[in-house]
Design a protein around this ligand. Structure first.
Ligand SMILES: Cc1cc2nc3c(=O)[nH]c(=O)nc-3n(C[C@H](O)[C@H](O)[C@H](O)COP(=O)(O)O)c2cc1C
Length: 440
């Protein structure tokens, strides 16, 4: 039998009470555990569990708003904790680094409201503190709520990504402003750093100016690994140029395969090795001892999601107030350009187009991530079948509740995947980039 490629796994996290599931903070298991989502110990615990499961990384999303997109009121978001509140994830990365050895530690940080010097310095420092395990999810921010918090108007995709390209260029030049060996620490000669091997960058572009050099020494990966989640043509182009890994939400394997081919094709066109960027598909596992128990758990979970929460989160992600549409309108048939954004999430697994109400309900449950429901072996089967159809490269897992769901996955599904030779049993690489490049 042909040997299959191993999967890469990332754990999706938010420094807040809900992730992709709005049921999370109300889930009976979360309540039982005393849900301390605002304490670092919870995330330290999760990262240790994921390291035991040999995941490539733990990864934090980050949004900088409480959305009023739906109905123009903050009420629906606040009542249902629709990805709000969200505390800043960056300080947590150091807490996690302190209690783990090998797992990658990644977070989102938007390029739309900061200067590249600050970002280059921050991420080089995190890469030092994690000993080369840092990953930066480069986003251009999701909606006008976020832009308004920074006193700005939301820019069209074209401008956001032009600016993002320049942002990355400045960061790269700053990370390259120190040559290898520049730090001499020669006590006899009284030379800490060799001035001939550190230079200014004198960058002057359309959006940014920076003189350099960076005041951080070269970090283990010379800047973090770069992660991305773009879906628009501009977003895909950005990802294909810079990313070491991409997160994607494609509920149907057929669409995931098309996305995979598109990104890997773009990479080849740009002269990059297509294996140099791993595409990780979002998935929400729901595990039971039997199929019937797993389906019961799924029903229990999904019934805890308030409808207005689903509408709030979907409206925020689309930057469009869905209260303006009849709930039974077919999403994919609407002419509004904002609704073209996540087209592949508007269909059921069998391809049937979904109504506004149906898409919103699913968005509240999982933001469109497919739910893989079953016994541990059944979930491993579903993961294997998805990878077989798509071609690679792995999954970004999102829990229905925590603590609890991640531990179950690692204790029950991970050994099954390892038995099948589909998941590493030990890390080989030391840095985040090396771990993402491990092929078997
Ligand atoms: C799995 C996943 C996670 C994302 N996480 C964030 C995030 O934490 N913060 C953010 O502002 N945008 C996030 N995004 C949005 C993307 O950065 C991107 O803006 C969105 O997918 C739309 O693509 P586009 O920018 O190419 O139009 C995420 C997207 C996906 C698919």
């Amino acid at each position: 039998m042909e040997k299959k490629k191993k999967m890469h796994l990332a754990q999706f996290l938010v420094h807040g009470p809900t992730y992709h599931s709005l049921a999370m903070w109300r889930h009976p298991k979360t309540a039982e555990a005393g849900y301390a989502w605002d304490r670092p110990e919870l995330y330290q615990h999760i990262a240790r569990v994921c390291e035991r499961g040999r995941f490539d990384m733990v990864f934090f999303a980050d949004l900088n708003y409480i959305a009023d997109t739906y109905t123009g009121s903050l009420g629906p978001s606040l009542r249902s904790a629709a990805q709000a509140p969200e505390h800043d994830p960056i300080p947590l990365l150091s807490f996690i680094a302190a209690v783990t050895e090998r797992i990658g530690i990644a977070s989102t940080f938007s390029v739309s409201h900061a200067h590249p010097f600050y970002a280059a310095r921050l991420w080089a420092t995190i890469d030092h503190l994690t000993r080369g395990r840092a990953g930066w999810n480069v986003v251009t921010s999701l909606n006008s709520n976020q832009a308004a918090n920074y006193g700005e108007d939301r820019q069209p995709a074209e401008t956001r990504y032009d600016r993002a390209h320049e942002f990355m260029e400045v960061c790269r030049r700053l990370w390259d402003s120190w040559d290898e060996g520049a730090v001499m620490m020669d006590r006899d000669k009284a030379v800490f750093a060799d001035p001939a091997r550190v230079r200014r960058i004198e960058y002057e572009g359309r959006f940014f100016r920076s003189r350099g050099p960076l005041n951080v020494t070269p970090s283990p990966q010379n800047g973090p690994a770069i992660l991305q989640a773009g879906t628009s043509p501009k977003g895909q182009d950005f990802a294909a140029r810079y990313a070491d890994a991409i997160f994607a939400i494609q509920p149907r394997a057929v669409d995931a395969a098309a996305y995979y081919a598109s990104i890997k094709g773009l990479m080849s066109d740009l002269g990059r090795d297509p294996d140099g960027c791993k595409i990780l598909y979002g998935m929400q596992p729901i595990i039971g001892e039997t199929d019937a128990e797993a389906r019961e758990r799924q029903e229990e979970h999904n019934s805890l999601v308030p409808f207005e929460g689903g509408m709030a989160i979907l409206s925020a992600h689309l930057d469009f107030d869905l209260s303006k549409l009849p709930p039974d309108a077919i999403m994919a048939e609407r002419p509004e350009p904002e609704l073209h954004r996540f087209r592949t999430r508007f269909r059921k697994p069998d391809g049937t187009p979904m109504t506004v109400a149906e898409v919103a309900a699913r968005h509240g449950q999982s933001v469109g991530l497919p739910q893989f429901v079953g016994t541990p072996a059944g979930i491993a089967d579903q993961m294997e079948a998805f990878m077989d159809e798509v071609g690679g490269d792995g999954f970004m897992l999102s829990p229905t509740h925590t603590p609890g769901a991640i531990e179950e996955f690692v204790d029950l599904v991970v050994p099954e995947l390892q038995r099948r030779g589909l998941l590493r049993t030990e890390y080989k690489g030391r840095t985040q980039r090396e771990i993402l490049r491990e092929e078997d």
